[in-house]
Write a protein that binds this ligand. Structure first.
Ligand code: OGA
Ligand code: MN
Length: 210
């Protein structure tokens, strides 16, 4: 399934206007189910690694700050469902480049599985001295997610201030995009395992830092 251009336009308009965008039907339900099954299989096989925070010298593992386990995707080895994901994401990347002049050249993506109770405390995705991660994207994979399970993505709308914020339920098939340099955000704990594909569109490394 490919994203039609009106759907692209809506996403790009929202990104340009608010700095974030939410779309619920970028993949088919079967593709979302297949990706969820892959995430669960990797988890059962012990193929996910506890996720770290920080970078290089300051990397640390602290499950009270960040509770998910991850595995990076290798696009050259993508399963059919992952290929569908990459097709959609590259379509969005090209639309961002065309309409917003962003010069996004890469996409890095990992599966993320949060166990019940797992959270990711308030943070910014862009590393301090690098503007390379331009747009954050999360595709949620739990098909039968219910709001009372928790696990919302809380997006802070005014810098580090605790309010106002927007809570997004991690509903299977939902894609969230936001400006990685602008929005602090956090993952609230859930009562169920919470599955996603989290990615970042990156600028060319030699692009001036923002
Ligand atoms: C992240 C992150 C949000 C989410 O992995 O950096 O903020 O809703 N994820 O999973
Ligand atoms: Mn984040």
């Amino acid at each position: 399934m490919t994203l039609s251009s009106p759907a692209h336009d809506t996403l790009i308009d929202a990104l340009a206007e608010s700095g974030y965008a939410i779309a619920d039907t970028v993949l088919s339900p079967d593709e979302v189910t297949a990706l969820a099954a892959e995430a669960l299989r990797l988890s059962r096989d012990g193929a996910l690694k506890p996720a770290a925070i920080g970078r290089q010298a300051s990397v640390q593992l602290d499950p009270t700050l960040r509770g998910d386990a991850i595995r990076w995707l290798d696009e050259s080895q993508a399963s059919p469902a992952q290929q569908a994901y990459f097709r959609v994401m590259h379509g969005i990347r090209e639309a961002c480049n065309r309409e917003l002049y962003l010069n996004l050249v890469e996409l890095e993506t990992h599966f993320a599985v949060y166990p019940p109770g797992g959270r990711y405390t308030k943070h910014l995705d862009q590393f301090h001295r690098s503007g390379a991660r331009k747009i954050s994207s999360i595709l949620y994979l739990n098909r039968d997610w219910q709001a009372p399970y928790g696990g919302q993505l809380r997006i802070y709308l005014e810098g580090e201030q605790p309010e106002p914020y927007l809570d997004v339920d991690p509903i299977g098939g939902r894609l969230v995009l936001f400006d990685a340099s602008r929005f602090y955000h956090e993952v609230l704990p859930a009562t169920q395992p919470r599955l996603s594909l989290t990615g970042w569109f990156r600028m060319r490394a030699d692009h001036p830092l923002t």
